[in-house]
Design a protein around this ligand. Sequence first.
Ligand code: ATP
Length: 188
Amino acid sequence: MKRIGILGGTFDPPHIGHLIIAEEVRLALDLAEVWFIPSYTPPHKDNAKTGPEQRLKMVRLATKSNPYFKVDTIEIERSGKSYTIDTIEELKRRHPDNEFYFIIGADMVEYLPRWYRIEELTELVTFVGVKRSNYQLESRYSILIVDIPLIEVSSTLLRERCMNGVSVHYWLPAPVYQYMKEHRLYEH
Ligand code: ATP
């Protein structure tokens, strides 16, 4: 059995919060790898501001310096609404010997009751919750909590700063920062 962490997200854009939680959970649970899975269309949000190909590119740039991080394009290739249950069922078919640990911030922990086919999903993965300001980590579902420092950053905050012409330097990995500047992402 290989223990694999999964970090699903919109990654619009990917930031240091995503990377730190992935690495800290990997270390705490001795995971072999963490797979980053950018969504095509997140079911719980208005459409992403940036298209899937550009978000995928940024996730690749964000993760490339860490040999334990992989990027899986399963949701982008499937297109349509990216329901986690569909993704996990397919990953289980492809990798029957893996044990999956699905990493979520406390905002998503609170949202879990509304996830599509959540009861089945809890049978297929172990959810791993990490802190996020203004959200609770308690849940009616059984969740593994990994205690890591609070990282007060979100993609929304970074998009807003860009829109207001405020620098986001150091809040994202340098190659992502460069890419965003080159492509003038989120500037208006
Ligand atoms: P947005 O602000 O656009 O909603 P986000 O910053 O929450 O985006 P997502 O790509 O939606 O980023 O997040 C993917 C996963 O990473 C979610 O489970 C989310 O809770 C978690 N996450 C993102 N940022 C943090 C953070 N700073 N601390 C802990 N968890 C985080």
